[in-house]
Design a protein around this ligand. Structure first.
Ligand code: ZN
Length: 149
């Protein structure tokens, strides 16, 4: 299935339980406090947020992370932060990493639509038993995003 395919009504409904928790408790407060900003609609039913470039208690938690996919949205770091984390990267490499980052997070959104309310428990189970790198959902997202090249 293409990462940008339009979710049907069942897939949208399947995201509502997690969205009802995560949007009021996480996304909306971060957005209100300007820790994240809305970039655009990245795919049907998926909004793209960018982490603030300012160093705050929250953004410092992102030291080792480039993106995070949540119900109906994902948060990613900016090109400036990609540069800051890897000084001296060519602008074309930064642009390529950004495309891969967006494709990776959008694939997690697709996994969420496909697995519905089971996604977060299944993802956590794989994370705990196999670790981050070997988590099959991460392996698949890296492959789809072309990050192994
Ligand atoms: Zn991932």
């Amino acid at each position: 299935m293409k990462s940008s395919s339009r979710p049907n009504i069942l897939k949208i409904i399947g995201q509502i339980p997690a969205a009802l928790l995560i949007w009021p408790l996480y996304i909306l407060p971060l957005w209100t406090l300007r820790q994240i900003k809305l970039v655009k609609k990245a795919a049907p039913w998926v909004l793209e947020f960018e982490l603030s470039d300012e160093d705050t208690r929250y953004t410092k938690l992102w030291k080792n992370w480039a993106g995070s996919s949540l119900p109906f949205c994902f948060i990613r770091i900016s090109k400036l932060r990609i540069n800051r984390n890897n000084p001296g990267l060519h602008w074309a490499t930064v642009a390529k990493r950004m495309r891969q980052l967006v494709a990776h997070e959008l694939h997690h959104n697709q996994q969420q639509f496909n697995l519905g309310p089971l996604f977060f428990p299944l993802y956590l189970y794989q994370l705990v038993t196999k670790g981050y790198q070997n988590n099959p959902y991460e392996v698949e997202a890296r492959r789809v995003a072309g990050e192994e090249e």
